[in-house]
Ligand binder design. Structure first.
Ligand SMILES: *Cc1c(COP(=O)(O)O)cnc(C)c1O
Length: 402
């Protein structure tokens, strides 16, 4: 994954700067968008007008094309709000009221899915792996065998709170083999990590405008099997989060049911065009992987250690342990990085202190080299001569399965 060959391969020309004087957002969304994406918002659209209906239809078509659905078995339903609104819409629409969900949690987003089910009054059970251990196929299989009442499983594709890339293919296989249905929160992975319907069986997945497609925040989207969409009729607890109703209305009229985020949609169409121009999921994934490899190699040279072993590192966001050095202070480090043009992200681990650096958004390896330089410079300014983590962090990491 972090091979020398990778690092030595030919350098791409630098991406144009997305904006002058703005810091790069090394965060998992909202993230740094291109100048063209921002410029696409400098115009107003009537939501009922044919031009905007055409944009909605283009958006749905282009997103579906990223799933490899050659049999026309799936459809795409955008829904207003942040990503969590779309997760709630998915759970409320695809899980019957008498269904039961197995939630695979290893961080904040898995736990939020479980909390959403509490609000929805849907029966559920949780496999909670803690801060960062991956849920594996064999334990999912055992849980399904032990509880025939479970109808659905929800998995988090990339758990953004640690940056771990969960083994969804392995999970999808055991869920399918046991006749249950898989729902995937691919919020922070879709568009950069393959989730091809011919390889990974799922009933529905969800993502949002402001992650790997590099749009601005304002809506999420659900991609689901058409038979699941049909079956969702009348099931939702919520008028605004009813996926079936939005789908049926959009198919009939070409319009969103309630006021759409018109500017966000315009920006997203531009973002989808840039995504295609970069080579789609493979091209986007390759740039993010390079971003990660260059950044992680440089940070390790400074003495920083990643929470995860290479095998589990996503090309989306990486968690680093805070250095053990007594002069290290995260708030100070954050401010020093920001002064140099980079917004980093606090960690979300409960056991040891950490911070995160995102690899997604409109930036490339040239930017990531500057990130590493800025980190080195910031350490110097704090009087930290090594970024090595405390012993406790490494003991913690040793628990991680190979
Ligand atoms: C970003 C994200 C969400 C949605 O978060 P919002 O703040 O509601 O946009 C859900 N799941 C994962 C894995 C995410 O990364």
């Amino acid at each position: 994954m972090l091979s020398d060959q990778n690092l030595a391969s030919a350098e791409a020309a630098p991406l144009p700067a997305p904006a002058l004087g703005e810091p790069y957002l090394l965060t998992p969304g909202p993230l740094t968008t291109s100048r063209e994406v921002k410029e696409a918002m400098l115009r107003d659209w009537g939501s009922w007008d044919g031009d905007f209906r055409g944009m909605t239809s283009e958006l749905r078509r282009r997103l579906l094309a990223l799933t490899g659905d050659t049999k026309d078995e799936f459809d795409c339903v955008p829904i207003q709000g942040s990503g969590s609104f779309a997760v709630e819409a998915m759970l409320g629409s695809f899980v019957p009221r008498d269904g039961k969900v197995l939630v695979l949690a290893n961080g904040a987003y898995g736990l939020r899915a479980a909390q959403t089910l509490v609000y929805l009054g849907r029966a559920h059970t949780v496999i909670d792996k803690g801060d960062y251990l991956p849920p594996r196929g064999d334990e999912v299989a055992a849980a399904l065998d032990a509880d025939p009442a479970i109808t659905h499983v929800i998995a988090i594709h990339c758990e953004t709170s640690s940056g771990i890339l969960n083994p969804v293919a392995e999970i999808a296989e055991v869920v399918h083999a046991r006749g249950r249905k898989l729902l995937v929160d691919s919020m922070s992975a879709f568009g950069a990590v393959p989730l091809d319907v011919s390889e990974i069986r799922y009933a529905a997945m969800v993502s949002s405008a402001n992650k790997c497609i590099e749009g601005v925040p304002g809506f999420g989207f659900i991609i689901a099997r058409k038979d699941e969409l049909e079956a969702a009729k009348g099931r939702s607890h919520s008028i605004s989060l009813d996926v079936h109703a939005q789908w049926a209305h959009m198919n009939k009229t070409g319009q969103w049911r309630f006021t759409p985020p018109t500017h966000v949609v315009a920006a997203f169409i531009e973002a989808l065009r840039q995504h295609a121009a970069e080579g789609g999921v493979a091209g986007r994934g390759a740039r993010y992987t390079k971003n990660r490899d260059v950044m992680v190699a440089g940070m390790r040279e400074l003495g920083f250690e990643t929470l995860l072993k290479d095998r589990w590192l996503s090309p989306i966001i990486v968690t680093f342990f805070n250095p053990a050095h007594p002069n290290f202070d995260f708030e100070r480090f954050y401010d020093l990085m920001k002064d140099k043009g980079f917004i980093i992200y606090p960690g979300k681990l409960t056991v040891v202190d950490s911070f995160r650096v995102g690899c997604i958004g409109r930036m490339d390896e040239h930017v990531m080299r500057r990130v590493v330089e800025a980190a080195g410079q910031s350490l110097k300014e704090m009087g930290v001569d090594t970024a090595a983590p405390p012993e406790a962090a490494l003991t913690e990491r040793a628990k991680l399965a190979a």
